[in-house]
Design a protein around this ligand. Structure first.
Ligand SMILES: Nc1ncnc2c1ncn2[C@@H]1O[C@H](COP(=O)(O)OP(=O)(O)OP(=O)(O)O)[C@@H](O)[C@H]1O
Ligand SMILES: [Mg+2]
Length: 363
């Protein structure tokens, strides 16, 4: 059992508060992804779990044991770094075996473990090569092998794929997912790439400036972001936002802006009625917009002009301008749209998000 509990975890560097009241219970065998922009405290959090960084306050428990004062080598964890720095003069076998040798494992056990890891990773035929004779993806597998042979309770990954080119990254991402299913170990994985987070995590933790913004399963974070930051950070192209004023009375409310009058769906009216006369931020994802070229008077739409059309093969991204607001729509690749063309933008009203324009919290 390797449940990992981070309780009221804080980290300060010379007065700079970089991880703030971090709380999470990571279940045994769970794959948790910490995601957020550069400098938000992901690596620092991971290094505190590993014991490579002192904690300023709080408590870390691994497998039922408080490890605050336990040296890294006694924590039963293995970490895979972004810069995996293999020993260039050692063959792949020796690179993978190195940690076991340091721990004075017997030779037959070392051989057994290295071969088992190499088999899982599909690098048996590379064991006699030196790192410079390997491709980037093969080197990354060797780095994973070094962690695998340790057979730890918890794997920690710090952006292990960010040195790989885009195609290889997608391939290794799938391999890590497969690997996790097979190993059944607890994993904490750090990335600033929201696609990696969504695809890998059982749950994802979105961080900003050292503060957890939201913890949840990928699709629930995607469809119910807790605030505007999460809404804008998770998903690509990003969610569209517009600051609009709530108007109306009784059973009909509208979100109004220059050239925009959007009907508030019935289910959202009770929540937004107290905000009549005030500004809220409306959010809608690109896939929840449709572009109509015939004139239509739809309460959940507005008129706009096509600015840029980006064909991606399987879909078309269309940037449109309505007054001072730019929206991106993700539409059928067969749609015939040209720059400067007038369109009617229709919204799936079930998919509207509203945020407090001051606190940015979801309403
Ligand atoms: N040893 C240190 N001394 C002082 N400040 C540090 C130290 N290590 C990290 N920081 C600061 O702590 C903050 C969090 O850094 P951290 O490396 O955890 O960010 P990150 O989320 O991993 O970012 P990235 O995506 O760029 O790797 C940053 O402002 C960083 O400058
Ligand atoms: Mg980092």
């Amino acid at each position: 059992m390797a449940q990992v509990i981070l309780k009221d975890l804080n980290k300060e560097f010379d007065g700079l508060h970089v991880v703030k009241d971090f709380n999470i219970v990571i279940e045994d065998k769970e794959f948790i992804v910490l995601v957020g922009p550069s400098g938000c405290g992901k690596t620092t959090t991971l290094r505190m779990i590993a014991g490579l960084e002192d904690i300023t306050s709080g408590e870390i428990t691994i497998g039922g044991r408080v490890v605050n004062d336990l040296a890294p080598k006694h924590r039963d964890i293995a970490m895979v770094f972004q810069n995996y720095a293999l020993y260039p003069h050692m063959k792949v076998f020796e690179n993978i075996a190195f940690g076991l040798r340091m721990r004075r494992f017997a030779r037959p056990e070392i051989k057994r473990r290295v071969h088992k890891a190499a088999e899982i990773l599909g690098i048996m035929d590379l064991l006699d090569r030196k790192p410079r004779q390997l491709s980037g993806g093969q080197r990354q597998r060797v780095a994973l092998g070094r962690a695998l042979v340790r057979d730890p309770k918890v794997f920690l990954f710090d952006e292990p794929l960010s040195n790989l080119d885009a195609k290889l990254r997608v391939q290794m991402r799938a391999e890590i997912k497969r690997l996790h299913r097979r190993l059944e170990a607890t994993a904490v994985y750090v990335t600033h790439d929201q696609v990696e987070a969504l695809t890998l995590g059982d749950r994802i933790v979105v961080m900003r400036d050292g503060v957890i913004q939201q913890i949840g399963e990928p699709m629930s974070v995607y469809s119910k972001p807790a605030n505007k930051f999460v809404a804008g950070f998770i998903g690509s192209p990003a969610m569209n936002f517009a600051d609009l004023t709530i108007t109306g009375s009784g059973d009909s409310l509208w979100a109004m802006g220059p050239g925009m009058r959007i009907a508030v769906p019935a289910a959202r009216i009770p929540g937004l009625r107290p905000r009549i006369g005030r500004v809220v931020t409306l959010g809608i994802r690109p896939e929840h917009l449709r572009l109509a070229t015939e004139a239509a008077t739809d309460d959940s739409g507005f008129d706009a002009v096509v600015d840029i059309v980006e064909p991606l093969g399987s879909e078309l991204l269309v940037e449109v301008n309505a007054g001072s607001v730019a929206f991106t729509a993700r539409v059928d690749p067969k749609a015939r749209l040209r720059p400067s063309q007038p369109v009617r933008v229709l919204m799936d009203s079930e998919q509207l998000h509203f945020f407090d324009s001051d606190t940015q919290a979801a309403l």
